[in-house]
Write a protein that binds this ligand. Structure first.
Ligand SMILES: [Zn+2]
Ligand SMILES: [Zn+2]
Length: 416
């Protein structure tokens, strides 16, 4: 979203919509060259993956984010360059973007005229809602979670803003997440059942966010004896992301900081975690139970596909999804019951169990409405970032609460 005040401008997020064909923001070369500031809410590619393309097209804007977003973006953009099948960019374009980057703390007010500040959004480490203040105030929720997680404080509430842009990933009245405790318990029960049968558990995960939450849950339940003690293999970019999480632990909630900084009890270095030692992953796949947490989260690439190919044919094994599966992804197909798939031109029959545990990093329907309700002096709400009917369904509920609701189309402009 481009915020233009006449005298100055800023862009809220610069993402790529990943899919069978990637989709990019509708910015012209001239708009990109005229940009002064780019404010990045968090480090998922659908919020910052377009940055290198912009610097390849002559962008000279300063990029602003929190420190974890900066550190993790460097890692994720390098990986995106490797796997990207769409428009091309070079590592030099990533370097150009990183050189223009400035780090900002939560609550710090940046700029004069058109000002902005970051506020905790509870989604992943360093993630932020952005409050833009010019003639009026605009709060951009970005991806938001109103509940406390293993690692993070919930989203900040009671912010004063006349205008709100809110996501709607889980915007339908039927979207209701169980309490974190119940969801974690469900995950452990499924894993224990699989271990009893001698099977392996495969958990596809995003490298950043989901993976760390899942690993903390597994580590805690294994330490306390609720979860059977089997090796937990961590594969793909999760290992590198863990290191960055560990370095930026002061952005996690107090309890985690104290545990790590004031004792030797460091869950990131748990004895239960192992990295694969062989290139063909034969040490991970050898007979016996194990839990494997690997990228990518929606089965669109990464080592998880290799594990899936090897484990799919054995009904004792279990595939557990712990994050959102977008339309058109292999993950979504498997959740919907698909039993025959192809990986690298190989036909594969899915005989392993397939389950989904709701451990989302996004607020559910009630949570989203709570964020709207808690925003002070609010008049107008723009609903975005949802598939199918979700923005519409959330918009109807917000409209019934008495606010003006807008479902913006790509390229549309509004005066606020
Ligand atoms: Zn996100
Ligand atoms: Zn997102």
């Amino acid at each position: 979203m481009l915020v233009d005040e006449g005298k100055s401008n800023l862009l809220l997020d610069a993402g790529v919509k990943l899919g069978e064909t990637d989709e990019y923001p509708l910015l012209t070369g001239e708009e990109i060259r005229k940009l002064e500031r780019i404010v990045i809410s968090h480090t998922h590619l659908d919020h910052m993956g377009y940055l290198p393309f912009m610097y390849a097209r002559g962008c000279r804007a300063t990029v602003y984010s929190t420190k974890p977003t900066h550190d993790l973006s460097q890692l994720l953009l390098a990986d995106y360059q490797r796997i990207n099948r769409g428009m091309k960019f070079t590592s030099n374009d990533i370097t150009k973007a990183m050189k223009m980057w400035k780090m900002v703390e939560y609550g710090e007010v940046v700029g004069d005229g058109l000002k902005f500040s970051f506020h905790k959004s509870g989604h992943i480490l360093g993630s932020a809602m952005v409050l833009v203040q010019g003639g009026s105030r605009l709060l951009f929720s970005s991806d938001v979670n109103d509940r406390e997680t293993r690692l993070l404080d919930p989203a900040e509430k009671n912010i004063v803003a006349e205008n709100l842009i809110i996501e709607s990933t889980y915007g339908a009245p039927t979207d209701e997440h169980p309490a974190l405790k119940n969801a974690s318990k469900m995950l452990c029960d499924s894993i224990n059942r699989t271990i009893k049968k001698g099977g392996k558990v495969l958990i596809p995960s995003f490298a950043v966010g989901r993976a760390q939450e899942i690993l903390f849950i597994l580590e805690s339940y294994m330490s306390s004896g609720i979860l059977e003690k089997v090796p937990i293999f961590v594969d793909g970019m999760i290992l590198k992301a863990n290191r960055i999480y560990r370095q930026n632990v002061i952005y996690a909630k107090d309890e985690i900081q104290k545990r790590i900084l004031m004792s030797d009890d460091d869950p990131f270095k748990s004895k239960f975690f192992h990295a694969p030692k062989t290139k063909d992953r034969s040490d991970v796949l050898k007979p016996g139970s194990a839990i494997i947490v690997s990228t990518s989260g929606m089965l669109s690439g990464g080592p998880v596909l290799h594990y899936l190919e090897k484990l799919a044919g054995d009904s004792r094994n279990l595939l557990v999804f712990v994050g959102y599966q977008a339309e058109g992804t292999l993950g979504r197909k498997l959740i919907e019951g698909e039993k025959h798939i192809t990986i690298d031109n190989k036909e594969i029959d899915i005989k392993m169990g397939v389950e989904q545990v709701a451990l989302s990093a996004h607020a559910d329907y009630k949570g989203l409405l709570d964020i709207v309700r808690s925003t002070k002096k609010l008049k107008r709400v723009f609903v975005i970032h949802g598939e199918g009917d979700k923005p519409h369904e959330l918009g109807e509920a917000i409209s019934r609460m008495g606010y003006e609701v807008i479902l913006p189309r790509n390229g549309e402009s509004f005066r606020i």
